[in-house]
Design a protein around this ligand. Structure first.
Ligand SMILES: Cc1cc2nc3c(=O)[nH]c(=O)nc-3n(C[C@H](O)[C@H](O)[C@H](O)COP(=O)(O)OP(=O)(O)OC[C@H]3O[C@@H](n4cnc5c(N)ncnc54)[C@H](O)[C@@H]3O)c2cc1C
Length: 338
């Protein structure tokens, strides 16, 4: 069976990877956008999120699965982009400490709450004193993964570059199933335009902090991630559903600097400021499935804030739907809106 995948962000990357692994004939059409959501993403996979420190949806299934898939890709692509990393979640209030302490007593949370002792943050660097450690987190060097995979597709003549309308693709590949993994780029110009996307803009800063060695991801008012460049950290991200464009803004810069100033005592220098738009959805669940009138059109999108943890598993299950007719999880099936 032949598939044309529109988009090579993390969604199109993961779906094409699983389809190719199962022997399908796949072509990926992608316009390279260095500021796409997947390129700008921190690539953080955090199993415990939100103000009440709740286990992320399907964490017990998707995290081990994602780790295996990323390792498989690393070995085929011969590059290392997956990094296990502890996450230090800052506790600002007594209520937060109590919430954390309750979670520690819950057996379901044991694999993720690494130990039951608070982490003492070094007062030389931080304004706040306490954090707890989350185990089982990873960060993915997103641009390294996307660029290496892109080259791998190219070497196999499976990539067509540039922007392509679905009508063009349908004309060029009349027997193929076209699968939209196009993020927010062309929501108004495709057969799935009616789906309730809530595009959410995110801005981040790359900052240089001399003499600072982050032992973990710091997750508080702002998330600070180490990068592979010495002393350069990724700091983000803002979340706004109302915005004029997808470019870095002055207000975004102020918001990020204020959050950094409230977290770090040490001086830092902003070396870059980037922005993109997340393909989020009204009910915060991905959009996966077939068009209601044309079964030759499908979508794998709406990964919102969690593309890097959700996509390996969901792309694998959707591959089984496409090749073997397995059912789609009702929570993510586009049929809930169509
Ligand atoms: C600031 C920020 C930080 C984030 N941090 C994290 C994080 O730490 N962890 C995490 O898991 N997630 C994070 N996310 C969310 C994550 O980035 C998204 O969930 C994910 O990238 C969505 O991937 P995608 O492939 O669906 O879309 P995209 O990454 O937008 O990819 C879509 C691709 O399709 C191409 N395209 C679209 N239409 C066409 C067409 N007609 N023809 C050809 N090509 C086309 C585009 O050019 C693009 O390359 C973050 C997002 C932002 C904005």
């Amino acid at each position: 069976m032949r598939f044309v995948i529109v988009g090579q962000g993390i969604s199109g990357t993961m779906l094409s990877w699983h389809l190719l692994k199962k022997g399908a004939d796949v072509t990926v059409a992608d316009e390279y956008q260095p500021n796409s959501s997947s390129h700008i993403a921190g690539g953080l996979m955090n199993p415990i999120t939100g103000r009440r420190f709740v286990k992320t949806w399907m964490a017990d299934t998707i995290f081990p699965f994602a780790e295996t898939v990323y390792h498989e890709m690393e070995s085929v692509l011969n590059v290392k982009f997956l990094h296990p990393i502890p996450i230090h979640k800052i506790l600002y209030t007594t209520e937060a400490i109590n919430d954390w302490s309750t979670r520690c007593g819950d057996a379901q949370y044991k694999p993720y709450l690494c130990n039951e002792l608070l982490v003492e943050l070094d007062q030389q660097f931080y304004f706040t004193k306490h954090a707890f450690e989350i185990n089982g987190g990873f960060w993915v060097n997103s641009t390294l993964l996307l660029n290496t995979y892109r080259q791998w597709l190219k070497n196999q003549n499976r990539l067509i570059e540039g922007y392509h309308t679905w009508q063009e693709l349908q004309h060029q590949f009349p027997d193929a199933k076209i699968i939209f993994c196009n993020g927010v780029v062309s929501q108004n110009k495709n057969p799935f335009a009616a789906l309730p996307f809530t595009p959410t803009k995110g801005e981040i800063l790359m900052v240089e902090i001399p003499d600072f060695n982050l032992p973990a991801v710091i997750n508080g008012e702002i998330t600070l991630l180490p990068t592979e460049q010495p002393h350069i950290y990724y700091a983000g991200a803002t979340m706004h559903q109302r915005f004029d464009n997808d470019k870095p803004s002055k207000s975004g810069l102020y918001e990020l600097k204020a959050a950094l100033d409230a977290t770090l005592k040490v001086p830092y220098k902003v070396v870059d400021h980037l922005a993109s738009v997340r393909p989020a959805v009204k009910d915060r669940r991905p959009l996966v499935g077939f068009h209601h009138t044309s079964k030759n059109m499908a979508i794998f999108n709406g990964l919102g804030t969690k593309g890097f943890s959700l996509s390996p598993y969901l792309a694998s299950t959707f591959t089984d739907t496409l090749l073997e007719g397995n059912p789609i999880l009702p929570e993510i099936n586009v049929a809930r809106f169509l």
